[in-house]
Design a binder for this molecule. Sequence first.
Ligand code: MLT
Length: 261
Amino acid sequence: MRSIALEGRTYAFHDVGVGVPLLLLHGFPFTSESYWPQLESPPKGFRLIVPDHRGFGQSAAATGTTTMEAMADDALRLLDALSLGPAVVGGVSMGGYVAMALARLDPGRVRGLVLIDTQATADDEAGRARRETVAADVLANGVAGLVQGMLPKLFAAGTEPAIRNRVEAMMLAQQPDVVAKASRGMGQRSDSKDLLARFFGPALIVVGAEDVITPPEKARAMGELISGATVEVVAQAGHLTPVEQPARFNALLEAFAPRFG
Ligand code: MLT
């Protein structure tokens, strides 16, 4: 893993594969490791840039709420540091929220979108209250309760125990204050439906058929907003399609790569 310094804090990332730059952003409360099959075997046609968001994994924490814009700004500065111009930008779940925030901050940097197991809508009032409850609970009691609450919703019924165990360990390793700041940040995120309606680049939308957190209807709703988007519903995947069905996910990316030729 490599790193750059952003205002004196370490920002860690993987840089693997050859081709069109694809910034892949992870979800909550995961790390870049949640793309392990792609890091081990990058899809042909893409150079994957996969950071750890501030405070997660190997990246140092920052002060203040971890808004989607703050994480997007970190990623933009990484693209600058790597002297990369426009990139394809994608992410799973919260990573998708960050990808959309990045497209709002700097639309010219986004050559294409890959939105995976995510949604364009903001939280409603009850959702925002739940984010605050999660933040308060992890600060008081640690992340184990959040992890145990999320695990039953993350995977398709047939997902192998080894995958579940690796994801569980990744989640349990995250720091409570970092998780709390990102939970609050998600509660503050903007609705991105207007942004998607204005996006005219290539877009690939992927969702697990068994995703109960951001189900296929959320993916189809995003697909209706983006002109010419491709929506792919992946069988036997839940909310973490890249690790649950890596061969299928990589094949979808490989079929998408020629759009940037
Ligand atoms: C994620 O996987 O990033 C989270 O489920 C997103 C969310 O809680 O909205």
